[in-house]
Design a binder for this molecule. Structure first.
Ligand code: I85
Length: 320
């Protein structure tokens, strides 16, 4: 239900900016009747924003996807805006939470449980033929502080449908050669495989604290790094990876394949015992919290590098 009356009638909007997304910024707001705190995402009402809100709204029933409560279509100084009222995720981002775990051990089993939650959300999206295409640590937020917080995926700014309904109206130019066989170019699997690569990167960082594509962890990205990312060269360096299970490494190997068609699908990952039987994964303490705390400064470089690689993967399949 899109409301056209002003959002300010129902919510008191605070100055507190919670973050900036692809298509708009996120501020805190409070429901005037109940006083409950929500997050409000403000978007210019353009087709890209419409697609974001439509796909996010379709998916927002899932336990591990940030819930949308209301959408408003308001005009401010002649500018049409979409305003999305979401549940307020007060637990902060995934990796900030793990940084705080430096005192008590963060174990491989906890990593497996986190990956299970993320994979549940992605399986739900892929079954609805939605590819998120921007799965990265800063889009994984906890509902509340403390161990009862639930991890959820947000920001559908790059999400797209992967089924036939996405056929472009004929008038838009299509550079795909009409004679190509559908199975050759099926965008379906490529967009979804972009999510699978992201899951692999998140899982790798979760289990050691540094990203897979670093020359030697701790050094900034060197120019050769870009080719290494493309070529998919990565290792499981000592000592951080010495005690991590072979099963975990197998899942990562299946996800970080450079060839998208070789990458595991979400159903194959969900069939893997390390993911579904996470309660049986050994409680091996990981280096992650310590490494995340020592490499704080490189964190933004890692985020930039992941963003660039995601962008390059999307470009290959954007409906032009
Ligand atoms: O961000 C918070 N609550 C929140 C935030 C969002 C949110 C939506 C989007 C984003 N956040 C980002 C921000 C920049 C990083 N990517 C994600 C960009 N795109 C979005 O679509 C949604 C719901 N509740 C928050 C609230 C209170 C306290 C705290 C903290 F824990 F930090 F104190 C955080």
């Amino acid at each position: 239900p899109v409301h056209s009356h002003p959002v300010t009638q129902d919510y008191k909007i605070s100055r507190q900016v919670l973050g900036v997304g692809i298509n708009g910024k996120v501020v805190e707001c409070h429901n005037r009747k109940t006083g409950t705190k929500f997050a409000l995402k403000v978007l210019r009402d353009v087709p890209k924003a419409r697609r974001e809100v439509e796909l996010h709204y379709m998916a927002s029933e899932h336990r591990h996807i940030v819930k949308i409560f209301d959408v408003y279509e308001n005009t401010y100084n002649g500018v049409k805006c979409l305003l999305v009222v979401m549940e307020c995720m007060e637990g902060g981002e995934l990796f900030s939470r793990i940084q705080e775990r430096a005192q008590s051990a963060f174990t491989e089993r906890e990593g497996a449980e986190i990956m299970y939650d993320i994979c549940c959300a992605v399986q739900y999206l892929h079954r609805m033929n939605i590819a998120h295409r921007d799965i990265k640590p800063e889009n994984l937020l906890y509902s509340t502080k403390g161990s009862s917080g639930v991890l959820k995926l947000t920001d559908f700014g790059f999400a797209k449908r992967t089924d036939a309904t996405a056929i472009r109206p004929l008038e838009t130019p299509c550079y795909t050669p009409y004679y190509a066989a559908p199975e050759v170019l099926g965008p379906e699997k490529y967009d979804k495989s972009c999510d699978m690569w992201s899951i692999g990167v998140v899982m790798y960082i979760l289990l050691c604290g540094f990203p897979p594509f670093y020359s030697a962890h701790g050094l900034p990205m060197s120019p050769g790094m870009k080719t290494r990312i493309r070529s998919g060269q990565y290792v499981f360096p000592s000592p951080e990876w010495d005690r991590v299970s072979e099963a975990a490494k197998d899942v990562i190997r299946g996800l970080l394949k450079t060839d998208p068609s070789e990458r595991l699908t979400i159903d194959q990952v969900m069939a893997h015992k390390w993911i579904t039987h996470y309660m049986k994964v050994p409680e091996t303490p990981l280096f992650t919290p310590a490494v995340l705390n020592e490499e704080r400064m490189q964190w933004s470089e890692m985020q930039d590098e992941m963003e660039k690689t995601l962008a390059s993967m999307r470009v290959g399949n954007e409906d032009i």
